[in-house]
Design a protein. Structure first.
Lengths: 457, 315
């Protein structure tokens, strides 16, 4: 008896396994249809820029990225015109562990041809290994023409290595247009109006909180709070001081940073204002950034500051639009005359010196690619750093709004500071410091701790 | 537990050089152990531990059938109150392929990685174990200790040098050979040690009798030892199978994550999506990848228990 029952269980489980394999097979056939429809939309582009790289037919270029399914499909589709032109095959590999794996592979001599690095700080680390190939002049010319402001993020020690690729805008506050309309709240135009609105919401709605936030993100816990500080720093201290702060020309515990942190604290450390749907201030540290904004949907929270890519986190069926369930407004500046915008994006580093790799780098920096990316875009998140692309091509409303902000002549764009700082700070003590700050550490001790951790060189 | 004699620890059973008296001691020890585990209190404790141990897994299973919003808003134990809310949607989405390949492709890749990565170390380790157990040569014990001590070295420190060797010296690059060899390398110390201990326990008379009949080392190994070792090999086989099947790190480093070669674990790790927004699929993904190891474990557990508790002849 004792022998038989496990065997029977095994049989049942084996059947399950077979069924699941069958299901998998069914799933594949339906998806082939989807990707097929993407192909038909591929456009013809001018092949002339790639002809000077010689005959590339049958060559292969491998790319290694952090972008995985289902977002990888639209990305792969955007390479089609280049593949049609040159006959080069792009071998795509996406992995969520890419940021850690890329260093292992580069050191082990098994680097991909091109890697999309999500942080310029990572580019610096990789350049230091001596394995990154500088970008060809053709790519540089494209970058100069299409994304001049972003060129510095792909430059290390005066040498241009990596062209910027995708982009996102971080200066957004997510809210529910319906809730705002019901209560008669207006979108704040200045920082003071934002604080006034916060206070009003807190008084009007004793059962809810005006803000919700969450900074838990696995190994990277703390980053959403660093974005808060950076965004507010741009507003209280201005872009020039921000640059000095990022480059450590002023210390981390400079009074300008202290002002910004205190301003953030007015919201994030006020138990009357946070943490809608979750509890007190300390729950910010334990709430995952994916979940953090969700209480807006059930009305226990009114506002959530998070980047444009948070659009993907709303449950299926949520109408993300100006007149829908969820929308985002620009995190207001001190006054209406300035318009600082915080953002981030990837850069493309090459590890093999070959004409097909150079040709593909050049294609990725071209307006043709950015347009194709916008056209083949699936569910959104297809914003690029290219300023010569018509924002109306982006069908996703949030992408569209972000593109308008990026291409706005009055806007001052700044890259996410923690991505630019040395890894020990930007992906280390800054995150840790903010977690401690949320859980009770005071402003001064936090800033001193981060300042003391800045690598001496 | 208190009824167990200290002499009954597995180490002492293995280390004893099988004098006639120790057989008797073992019998009593086994009897004591049997009595100890079949007492009412022991059963109660075992049941409590089993329940505590299983609860998170059950929670995960229930969660895998709930919608994202339900998971967010209430605990899994509340789900039983509303059975209508269960959905297969998570499984459907998890099995939905990426842009370039289907889920079954990942399953096949895992099988292709796992089978050689289990058979290779078993074969090599049993040969090595035979030499260590039954072939006297100078420095044998020191060498055996050295091999066993390698277990202390964490495999992570070998990743980059190995990768460098595969790509630049051997020319494998990102191929299955790199993964098979790496898994074999990392498994050998433990495998050699385990199989050696089983082999040591076999009576030396067997080997002597075979040698008198004219058998060489090869014949003794294949004709006499291998059949007797089956439980030990199966026990280690299960260990290695579970380890390789669930491995993410080694295959990510040596094979990469392209869909034509990547195993199921890579796919499951990516299920959450670029920004982690599809985290609710992970529970379903975990159960999909778990099915095969569970089947293997249940069908081989007979060997597993026997292999762990006793060596060859006494099985």
């Amino acid at each position: 008896m004792a022998h038989k029952s496990p065997r029977r269980t095994a049989k049942v489980l084996a059947t399950l396994a077979v069924v699941s394999l069958g299901l998998a097979a069914c799933g594949s056939s339906s998806d082939d249809g989807d990707s097929g429809s993407g192909d038909s939309a591929a456009t013809k582009i001018d092949c002339a820029p790639y002809e000077k790289f010689g005959d590339l037919k049958g060559k292969e270029v491998s790319v290694y990225t952090t972008i995985v399914a289902p977002e990888d499909g639209p990305h792969i589709a955007s390479y089609k015109p280049f593949e049609d032109c040159t006959g080069v095959k792009i071998k795509y590999e996406g992995s969520r562990e890419m940021e850690a794996q890329i260093s292992v592979r580069v050191k082990g001599g098994n680097a991909p041809d091109i890697a999309y690095l999500p942080q310029p700080g990572l580019l610096k680390t990789l350049v230091a290994t001596g394995k990154v190939i500088p970008a060809p002049p053709e790519t540089e010319a494209n970058v100069d023409a299409n994304m001049p402001d972003w060129k510095t993020y792909g430059t290390v020690d005066g040498k241009f290595y990596a062209a910027p690729l995708g982009a996102n805008v971080k200066s957004f506050v997510w809210y529910s247009p319906t809730a705002f309309k019901d209560k008669g709240y207006e979108i704040p135009k200045t920082w003071d109006e934002l604080l006034a609105l916060t206070d009003k919401i807190a008084t009007d709605n004793p059962e809810a909180k005006p803000w919700c936030a969450g900074i838990e993100s696995g190994d990277a816990t703390g980053w959403p709070a660093t974005d808060w500080v950076e965004d507010v720093m741009l507003r209280t201290a201005g872009a020039e001081t921000y640059d000095k702060w990022v480059n450590h020309e002023i210390p981390f515990n400079d009074p300008a940073v202290a002002t910004a942190l205190a301003e953030v604290g007015k919201i994030l450390k006020n138990p009357k204002y946070v943490n809608g749907g979750y509890g007190d201030v300390k729950t910010i540290a334990s709430t995952s950034f994916q979940d953090a904004g969700q209480p807006i949907l059930d009305g226990t929270c009114f506002m959530h500051r998070q980047a444009s890519f948070y659009a993907a986190n709303w449950p299926e069926g949520t109408n993300v639009a100006e007149d829908g369930d969820i929308w985002a407004f620009y995190l207001p500046a001190k006054d209406e005359t300035t318009k600082p915008v915080l953002g981030a994006g990837e850069v493309t580093a090459a590890f093999r010196d070959a004409p097909e790799v150079k040709a593909f780098q050049t294609y990725l920096a071209s307006t043709e690619w950015a347009v194709e990316r916008a056209k083949t875009c699936g569910t959104g998140g297809c914003l690029t750093a290219n300023v010569n692309v018509d924002p109306t091509l982006l069908k996703n409303p949030i992408d569209n709004l972000s593109a308008t902000m990026l291409t706005d002549k009055n806007a001052t764009f700044r890259f996410d500071g923690s991505d630019l700082m040395p890894g020990a700070v930007g992906a280390g003590t800054f995150w840790k410091g903010m977690v401690n700050w949320i859980t009770g550490e005071n402003d001064k001790a936090t800033l001193d701790y981060i300042e003391n951790s800045w690598p001496k060189s | 537990m208190s009824t167990l004699q200290p002499a009954a620890t597995p180490e002492s059973m293995i280390d004893d050089a099988v004098p006639p008296s120790s057989g008797k001691a073992k019998k009593t020890a086994t009897g004591d152990a049997a009595r100890a585990v079949s007492s009412r209190w022991a059963s109660l404790v075992a049941i409590i531990i089993a329940v505590l141990w299983t609860t998170p897994t059950v929670g995960l299973l229930v969660t895998s059938f709930r919608t994202q919003r339900d998971i967010n808003s209430s605990g899994w134990w509340t789900a039983f109150g509303n059975p209508g809310a269960f959905t297969l949607e998570n499984y459907r989405e998890a099995l939905e392929p990426g842009a370039t390949s289907s889920f079954s492709q990942y399953f096949i890749n895992t099988v292709v990685i796992t089978i050689p990565a289990v058979l290779l170390p078993i074969f090599l380790a049993s040969l090595a174990a035979y030499a260590f157990a039954w072939m006297p040569f100078p420095g044998r014990d020191a060498l055996f200790v050295a091999v066993f001590a390698l277990q202390i070295v964490p495999l992570q420190i070998a990743l980059i040098p190995l990768l460098d060797m595969y790509t630049n010296k051997l020319g494998f690059g990102a191929s299955y050979w790199s993964v098979w060899l790496s898994h074999t390398i990392f498994a050998l110390p433990l495998a050699t040690f385990l199989i050696h201990n089983f082999m040591r326990e076999l009576p030396g008379e067997l080997m002597e009798a075979a040698r008198v009949d004219g058998a060489g080392h090869v014949t003794i190994f294949f004709k006499i030892l291998l059949p007797l070792l089956t439980p030990a090999l199966a026990a280690f086989g299960i260990f290695q199978f579970l380890w390789v099947w669930n491995d993410l790190l080694v295959s990510l480093v040596f094979l990469g994550g392209t869909p034509d070669v990547a195993p199921v674990t890579v796919r499951v790790a990516e299920l959450a999506g670029t920004r982690g927004n599809a985290w609710y699929l992970l529970s379903a993904g975990a159960f999909i990848s778990m099915i095969v190891p569970v089947v293997v474990f249940l069908s081989l557990q007979r060997f597993f228990v026997r292999g762990l508790l006793a060596g060859g002849l006494k099985g």
